[in-house]
Structure formats: structure tokens, C-alpha cells
Write a protein that binds this ligand. Structure first.
Ligand SMILES: C[S@@+](CC[C@H](N)C(=O)[O-])C[C@H]1O[C@@H](n2cnc3c(N)ncnc32)[C@H](O)[C@@H]1O
Length: 212
């Protein structure tokens, strides 16, 4: 299965780099393409860890990715699924046979969500079919993990175990609630990218410092 992330943020924050690294671990570098990086992006602009992991990236927009990766199948109308929190129907296991590509907005989660995923329909009219993964906002890596469970492991959305808005407690007085939905692992812990818990802790300490 091929997964495309349309990069829609400025550069690579630490958060984005950790998410993308986890997605490469989950789907394999050869199955992920990061498209629409700003014109003029060079390898030195990409976080080193992602380059080392074999990230495939291009400044080409989604519709032209085969120019950068000629071995990939062309994007055909209605065979490209956009995972969209405002989609009318939820993704189903049978969708594995309906689509060649699954596309995600490379957008940081925001609260309340600003619905920037929607901009992709305007950028690529007629190409994309929107499908939802439930109504709650997920991080990009969670959305890809959930899609993978549905189209590769053939699990129904209803049979995937999630947690909404988990609280991560770092000490008696320090805790952060994340306003997203996460997949649970077999020990009922939310799955986060490697290193993300440390980053959440660091960010929460910094915002506390700002208040002092
Ligand atoms: C952090 S979300 C961004 C949501 C966002 N606040 C927006 O402006 O659209 C990043 C990407 O994950 C995917 N995603 C997240 N939650 C989803 C859901 N419930 N259903 C379908 N796709 C979802 C979408 O592709 C979305 O562009």
C-alpha cells in the first residue's frame, strides 16, 4: 500500500520529524512519499534522521509525484483516497481494493481543528475521494496507523481500540492532556511515536516556565 503525506507545515518541527520517523518505521520507507515540500528544498533541509531512514520526498505536488518517482503508478481520478476528518463515510477494509494511494495532510493537530485538510480538494479538484476515520481528530501518524490496520490488516474501524484525549502524567503536579485520538497497544497504552513522550514533557515544562 502506498501512503502520501502532503506536507503543509513550514519546515520540520521536532514534533513533525518524530511523527514522520514513526510513520517510516510503521509502513516502510518504500511505501511513503512526502510531497509538496517548498520549492528549492534540499536534502540538507530534511532532518538527518529522516534522510538516514530513507525518506522519499519531493517538491512536486501530489499530482506530479510520478515525475519524481517514475516507477510509481500514475494517480488516477477516484483511485486516490484522502483521509479527511470531515469525510462523509468511514474507511472500510474493502477500500484496500478501491484505491491505489492513501493521502494525508502533513498538518500538525490543532485545537479546535481548523479543517486545513479541506484545502487539498481545492488544490487537486476531481482527484480525491474523502474518507473518514471517525469524527475525532488524530495525529498524522495515528491516522496512517489506523488506515494501515483497516486496509492492510482488514480490521473494521469499530474493532480498533482507541483512547480519546489521554492525559500523560510526568509527576504528581505535572500532566498534559493531548486533544487527539490514539490507537491503543495490547497493554492498553496509547501508541505514540518514539521520543514523543519526552518532547511532550519538554514542551509542557517550557510552557510552565513561561508562566513563572
Ligand atoms: C492532525 S490531522 C489535521 C487535522 C486538522 N486540524 C485539519 O486542519 O484538517 C493530520 C491529518 O491526519 C488525517 N486525519 C486525522 N484525523 C482524521 C480523521 N478522524 N479522519 C480522517 N483523517 C484524519 C488527515 O489526513 C489530516 O489531514
Amino acid at each position: 500500500m502506498k501512503y502520501i503525506i502532503e506536507h503543509m507545515e513550514q519546515g520540520f518541527s521536532e514534533w513533525v520529524a518524530l511523527e514522520y520517523a514513526q510513520i517510516i518505521r510503521d509502513v516502510g520507507a518504500s511505501n511513503l512519499i512526502l510531497s509538496s515540500l517548498p520549492e528549492g528544498t534540499e536534502e540538507s533541509d530534511i532532518p538527518e534522521a529522516l534522510v538516514r531512514m530513507g525518506l522519499q520526498w519531493t517538491t512536486k505536488p501530489l499530482v506530479d509525484i510520478h515525475e519524481a518517482f517514475p516507477d510509481l503508478p500514475k494517480l488516477r481520478e477516484k483511485r486516490v483516497c484522502l483521509l479527511d476528518p470531515r469525510g462523509k463515510e468511514d474507511l472500510k477494509p474493502q477500500d484496500a481494493y478501491e484505491y491505489d494511494y492513501f493521502v494525508f495532510g502533513g498538518i500538525l493537530g490543532d485545537h479546535p481543528p481548523r479543517d486545513r485538510t479541506n484545502e487539498l480538494y481545492r488544490a487537486y479538484p476531481d482527484l480525491l475521494v474523502g474518507k473518514r476515520l471517525g469524527a475525532k481528530q488524530m495525529t498524522t501518524d495515528t491516522a496512517i496507523r489506523t488506515t494501515q490496520l483497516i486496509v492492510e490488516r482488514q480490521l473494521e474501524f469499530e474493532n480498533i481500540k482507541f483512547i480519546d484525549y489521554p492525559e500523560f502524567r510526568f509527576s504528581k503536579s505535572e500532566a498534559t492532556e493531548m486533544p487527539f485520538r490514539y490507537v491503543l497497544d495490547d497493554q492498553n497504552r496509547p501508541i505514540l511515536p518514539d521520543g514523543m513522550l519526552d518532547l511532550i514533557k519538554k514542551d509542557s515544562e517550557q510552557s510552565l516556565d513561561g508562566l513563572l
